[in-house]
Write a new protein. Structure first.
Length: 586
């Protein structure tokens, strides 16, 4: 049932896009004052973490500021939409919006907008751990940006110190403290030039964190103190909070327990005074406090800290669920608004009116089903709440990102047809087809992963057999599949089942695509509450038996470690490859 629901959700926006190909009624005159007011209100709500309210203000100008009419306002609508997705952890969906923004900025040939869009693209890549791509886009942004003042018609944009700071954070996450220090200093310099107090405080915090990563405790301590002074001056108490945790870490590195605990106490006093502080910064502080209290065996404080972190996570989870629900509902309302405009043009054509009425009813039905499904998942057991939320988020990311790509290429194709670029049109249509095929595959995997009926060893064996059969048949590879276990109905937790499937899928895919084998053997057994899977081929293997070489093998090892499974990868040139996975069923 859920698979059909997902297919319908996929098809409806495509049908709506097809209907939009017809000419819309003449647009109303753009009220620039109202649009700027709407953007300002959306920014105000985002600054206070009310992203659902920000989305409502963006929706108010949706029909006046179209994605398909490149302008300064359409860029700001795209960038604000990307920001809403960013703060709701819908990174793939936000990345597509950021790419749209880059396209609009390029058409407008506006260097400030190009810099802003590239900064957003860098942020989304950084949060997806794609550090190389993030660094490339940040550096591109730096080539186009400049210091304020900006023209009056521009609202808030990424400034040089923002970009330098994000670049420093990326190098810090990538484990390159020297580069992080260099770009943190650049960020501090640029923020000082325009007297941005928060910019100076966050730059000092980045600089201190980079020195701490490098092991230079004296310099780290110096800049954490500077961070506290600057944040007090600018009333950025969330940044001040992290200066306390940084100072506590410096004291811990020096072996000074009393000073470390004193700094933590200062941070908790700040949290008590300002309980509304930014949740992200609060969680960073609490993570460090938990580590230090555990090290110092401060059990009472450790329990209090765990409780506070749990309370914050629960509040964030509930708030994000409500906000994501609002974003989805208002997104559907936008589609309904566009639909009504088109219906006004085609009211005289009965057949077209009937088709659009059917689409409208289907959209309302999907809205009701989506709301019921959403409420169902929020009432699941607390133990599985985080995992289910992540899978649900993956679903929105995968579907949304792919559909956004289809929408973008549809627009590009329209422009290419208008310009008579036939070869480019064919290439764009091929991309749209590939995106649609990829989306169906991802949907099938995600739906299978969250289905509680599949929580046993038998279903994973059937799933792997089906996947392997499809791949080997396409390559004329002989498949020998063996699954014989009397305990196959034992329950296999969803997170383990999903990871096991992805590990085996990677192994099968590597064998079929890269080994040059003619025979693939898969054996699945369950003994004494352990599931054992052996995947073996007679291909070329890999050089020097180095199993850790390559992202695919690294990902397999990482997934196995996450679920406490043992994985052994053996492959010698000319002797094929044998991958063995052992995992306890609990």
């Amino acid at each position: 049932m859920r698979q059909w629901l997902l297919i319908l959700i996929t098809l409806v926006p495509l049908l709506v896009c097809a209907q939009r190909a017809r000419k819309l009624p003449p647009a109303r005159a753009i009220d620039s004052t109202y649009i700027i007011r709407a953007f300002t209100r959306a920014d105000d709500y985002m600054n206070t973490d009310h992203y659902d309210s920000a989305q409502l203000w963006l929706n108010k100008i949706y029909t006046q500021v179209s994605y398909r009419k490149p302008s300064l306002f359409s860029y700001f609508l795209t960038s604000r939409q990307a920001e809403v997705y960013y703060y709701n952890n819908l990174h793939e969906l936000g990345l597509q919006e950021a790419y749209k923004g880059e396209n609009i900025a390029g058409i407008l040939k506006d260097s400030l907008l190009i810099a802003d869009a590239c900064n957003f693209i860098g942020l989304f890549n950084m949060n997806n751990n794609k550090y190389r791509q993030a660094i490339a886009y940040y550096k591109k942004a730096l080539r186009y940006t400049r210091q304020p003042p900006y023209p009056r018609q521009y609202i808030e944009l990424s400034k040089p110190h923002h970009i330098y700071g994000n670049l420093a954070e990326t190098f810090e996450k990538a484990g390159q403290p020297d580069s992080a220090i260099f770009y943190s200093r650049m960020s501090l310099r640029r923020a000082t030039e325009i007297s941005s107090e928060r910019g100076m405080a966050t730059a000092a915090l980045n600089l201190a964190s980079a020195y701490l990563l490098k092991g230079n405790i004296d310099s780290a301590d110096k800049y954490f103190i500077q961070t506290r002074e600057l944040s007090l001056k600018s009333h950025d108490f969330d940044v001040e909070l992290n200066s306390y945790s940084g100072l506590a870490e410096c004291a811990e590195r020096r072996g000074n327990k009393a000073t470390s605990l004193q700094h933590l106490a200062g941070g908790f006093a700040l949290l008590k005074k300002y309980p509304q502080l930014n949740d992200f910064y609060s969680s960073m502080f609490l993570d460090i406090a938990i580590r230090l209290y555990r090290k110092y065996n401060e059990q009472a404080e450790l329990l209090k800290t765990y409780q506070l972190k749990t309370d914050i996570q629960t509040a964030v989870y509930e708030r994000n669920n409500t906000q994501i629900q609002t974003i989805l509902l208002t997104g559907l309302r936008n589609e309904k608004t566009i639909f009504n405009l088109e219906l006004a043009e085609a009211s005289a054509e009965q057949d077209l009116a009937n088709t659009r009425l059917y689409i409208a009813l289907l959209m309302f039905l999907l809205l009701g089903i989506a709301f019921i499904a959403y409420r169902y998942y929020t009432l699941q057991r607390l133990r599985l709440a985080n995992m289910r939320s992540k899978i649900s988020q993956d679903l929105h990311d995968e579907v949304g990102a792919t559909l956004s790509g289809i929408s973008m290429y549809s627009y590009i194709t329209k422009e290419q047809i208008r310009n008579g670029k036939n070869e480019a049109v064919n290439n764009s249509l091929d991309v749209i087809k590939d995106n649609a095929d990829e989306m169906v595959t991802k949907l099938n995997d995600i739906v299978w992963a969250v289905n509680p009926v599949q929580d046993n060893a038998y279903t994973i064996a059937e799933r792997l057999k089906e996947f392997a059969a499809q791949l080997t048949a396409a390559k004329n590879i002989k498949l020998e599949f063996y699954a014989d276990n009397p305990q196959a109905t034992l329950k296999l937790p969803m997170e383990k089942r999903r990871s096991i499937y992805l590990i085996c899928k990677e192994a099968i895919n590597n064998a079929v695509k890269y080994s040059g084998c003619t025979l693939l053997k898969i054996e699945i057994t369950v003994v004494n509450r352990y599931i054992k899977i052996v995947i073996e081929d007679n291909g070329s293997g890999f050089l020097d038996n180095r199993a850790g070489k390559g992202n695919g093998l690294n990902n397999m090892a990482a997934r196995a470690k996450e679920i406490g499974a043992a994985i052994e990868i053996n492959g010698k040139t000319g002797d094929g490859t044998r991958i063995t996975l052992d995992c306890k069923i609990t």
